[in-house]
Design a binder for this molecule. Sequence first.
Ligand code: UD1
Ligand code: MG
Length: 460
Amino acid sequence: MNHTETGTRDRPGGAALAVVVLAAGQGTRMRSALPKVMHPLAGRPMILQVLQTANALSPDRTIVVVGPNMPSLADLVTPHPTPVQTEQLGTGHAVLQARDALGNHSGDVLILFGDTPLLTVDTLTAVLAARHGPADPAVVVLGFRPDDPGAYGRLVLAEDGSLVKIVEARDADPETLDIDLCNSGVMAVDGTVLFELLDQLGNANAKGEYYLTDLVALARAAGRNTAVVEAPADELLGVNSRADLAIAEAVMQDRLRAAALSGGATLVDPKTVWFSHDTRIGQDTIVSPNVVFGSGVTIGDGVDVLPFSHLEGVTVADGARIGPYARLRPGTNVGAGARIGNFVEIKAAEIEAGAKVNHLSYVGDAHVGAGANVGAGTITCNYDGFTKSLTEIGAGAFIGSNSALVAPVKVGDGAIVGAGSTITRDVEADAMAVTRADQKSVASGAKRFRERRRKSRPTG
Ligand code: UD1
Ligand code: MG
């Protein structure tokens, strides 16, 4: 699957670029112990999505402003510097915390919010291009028109279309609230004046915070131009609540589905297939409804993924068939043309080309050779309560139904294990091993049993 965000781009203007990502807010509206920007989208923390997008611009440095007591966030964004904003005194105050990390940087400063993860590289490129437009605006703001402007800051434009100021919703009069052009939070600022302007910020507003948004009016007052670039609303959703997170996830999923389709996979019912940010699917693979791809899945060409299968940390080679109702867990590699059927769980196992595990099995910490057939209900007993051990099944071996393979154990190439066996010792190549008890049959025993029971049945 192709991700447009990954490739690097030529940057407009050619100036040095620093990116500052604001991520110090705990995100109280999320009602979570986890910092807001660490909540996952398509299987990874949203801040990493923001950083991946920023990274495509090849910035000279990227700084992530974090809150106190967020060591896990600082670890996550290593090696980027993570100045700490000890008190959340506002978005402008947050950018001030990047002063030391920015050092003598005098190029462009692109300010992003860690809670606005759906941005695309194309949009950021347009913002930087505007920053180097003929009017040399000191501040370029990325605007959008959401269906519900709600709590977003409003962009107040002059007659000539230039940006005069940003007014936060809480500070806005009814007329200003009627403006539908909103502040996304993304801003490109001329690095030579950034701190000069930030140092003038006050906090005489409804929240008593140092608003980054006031930079626009301050730049105008200093005689500089300012500008707006508009982008589609679905890129600029700010995630402030779990409801917003669900909307953002839906947008991400739609993008991933579209990428899979344009890459040549069939999704029978796209809305029911769930991807991770890193899912890769080859051409002519058919994904049936209700399939979930966890992180780290790579699927080859011409694979059939049947309904209700769950895959995570898995590679599947060309022409294999998975499911319905298969669960493939991390460390599993399925070879070309292999078949994994219904109610089969596979973990940390190599399933070689053409092998079949078709029904009701658990195969964990195992190697299944090419063309082997693992019968219904086979279990690899990989764990003795202390350690996990390996089960090796040779090429072309046949494991009869309802067998237990007690690891560590090896079944040689071409060997047969009789149904219902519990295998505790290695089976040589081409040998046949059976451990079940001998069968006893009593001729007419069933008939005599029924007659006895009928006679003793109470009457009345
Ligand atoms: C902000 C904007 C608003 C805009 C909206 C877009 C301001 C004053 N308001 O409002 O105009 O429409 O985003 O989504 O800028 N943060 C810090 N430190 C702080 C405060 C915030 O690092 O002291 C970070 C947060 O972690 C978050 C980002 O800045 O990543 C935005 O903060 P948030 O509180 O969500 O601002 P909004 O109220 O959404
Ligand atoms: Mg926000």
